[in-house]
Design a protein around this ligand. Structure first.
Ligand SMILES: *Cc1c(COP(=O)(O)O)cnc(C)c1O
Length: 396
């Protein structure tokens, strides 16, 4: 393929665009990670991450890994082989976490839900109420299903557990929601909050981030699952003094320091409001402009970080994505597994604003027209601009 001049328009829902100041902060000489000075950086990052998870009681750890590694760390450090976990699958990521739990030797009760819906709160409560002997040791929930553009309400998952007076650990996948959609680790009683660096944090992939409640930390002692690289006991012991059990990625730590400064300068609530505002513009383009449907079935499931857009029957979404990439230098998210060929996704999270998103909307529209999809030229851009010009981000 010959080169297309100009910036690449990256609109996959992770990795997301890295702000220039964060990129610059990562270009650093290597240093001794066992030096007496090193803990300054480690401790400032780990402490400030607590604010992002909205926890004062919890502890945050980071690993040289991606979000998937933190799924594994959460499960293997708190559970024992054969322990039962309750999960729900309604998209590729929620499915994969359930599948991992099976492959790691846990007993998995998986509620299969229609793709385009989210965590089945009532069904969870029913199952937990019926589990009188408390065989279920962990309840898993994906806050934002990136494959279908579906967000679930974690407060409602906590409520279902409390209504059933169930003592299981609550584990939440926040990989494509943290820093973009509100997450309250303490208020919602989340025990393990799994995240990664390349989505809302606006960093490259390479740092797995895991929030742990005091209850989760206590569970490490009695958990008998084999683990080594991801052993939280080793990590927590070393982190306490600002070190790591093995070599951390130094550029990633500097990048995270700068990303956190960027985040606090804008303000978490302002960031959530911006994501809501931008997402509403994209949804206006899809529904009012193009007259297409989202994969998310109802407004209660709409995600503020990613929209999965159904192409009309008889068209191949993969071709739209390919045209967008080859012709317009635009990366759209692919349809995964069950929705392959049926949807393309626009990631609207991280370092972006109205006009950067306009490039994704305009490019998707051009690529759809090139593939014979009968949308009105300019209709997506018009609907998004009308929404953005007549509304403002609402800070809570
Ligand atoms: C991206 C993603 C993951 C996987 O994270 P990796 O960093 O790619 O390992 C897990 N869950 C969700 C919801 C995601 O969006």
């Amino acid at each position: 393929m010959s080169r297309i001049a100009g910036r690449t328009h990256l609109f996959v829902p992770g990795p997301t665009n890295v702000p220039d100041r964060v990129l610059r902060a990562m270009v650093v000489p290597q240093e001794d990670h066992r030096s007496p000075k090193f803990p300054e950086l480690t401790l400032s990052v780990l402490n400030d991450l607590k604010k992002v998870f909205k926890t004062t009681e919890g502890t945050i750890v980071t690993f040289p890994a991606s979000g998937t590694g933190m799924w594994e760390a959460a499960l293997t450090n708190t559970l024992s082989p054969g322990d039962k976990v309750l999960v729900s699958a309604f998209g590729q990521f929620s499915f994969l976490w359930a599948d991992m739990a099976k492959r790691l030797g846990f007993e998995v009760e998986c509620v299969e839900c229609e793709w385009g819906t989210g965590v089945p709160y009532d069904k969870y409560e029913e199952i937990l109420r019926a589990d009188k002997e408390h065989k279920i040791k962990a309840v898993l929930a994906c806050q934002n299903e990136t494959a279908t553009g579906v967000s679930s309400d974690i407060a409602k998952v906590r409520k279902a557990m409390d209504n059933a007076s169930h003592p299981a650990l609550l584990m939440v996948d926040t990989v494509s929601s943290l820093v973009s959609i509100d997450f309250q680790m303490d208020a919602w009683g989340v025990d393990c909050a799994v995240s990664g660096s390349q989505k809302g944090f606006m960093l490259p992939a390479g740092m797995g981030i895991l929030g742990l409640s005091p209850k989760a930390i206590k569970a490490i002692d009695s958990s008998r699952s084999p683990r080594c690289y991801f052993d939280l006991a080793d990590m927590l012991k070393n982190n306490a003094s600002g070190y790591f059990p093995y070599t951390p990625s130094i550029p990633m730590l500097h990048g995270m320091r700068e990303a956190l400064d960027t985040i606090f300068e804008e303000g978490l609530d302002e960031i959530f409001a911006r994501h809501d505002y931008l997402a509403n513009g994209v949804r206006a383009a899809v529904q009012e402009g193009w007259k297409l449907s989202l994969c998310a079935k109802e407004p209660q499931w709409y995600s503020n970080t990613v929209s999965a857009i159904l192409v009309p029957e008889g068209f191949d979404a993969a071709k739209v994505i390919s045209t967008a990439y080859k012709t317009y230098n635009l990366s759209l998210g692919a349809g995964l597994s069950k929705v392959a060929g049926k949807v393309f996704r626009i990631g609207h999270l991280g370092d972006l604003n109205c006009l950067s998103l306009m490039s994704a909307i305009a490019g998707a529209e051009m690529a759809m027209l090139d593939n014979g999809i009968n949308v009105t030229p300019g209709s997506g851009v018009a609907a998004a601009s009308t929404y953005w010009r007549t509304h403002a981000p609402k800070v809570k």
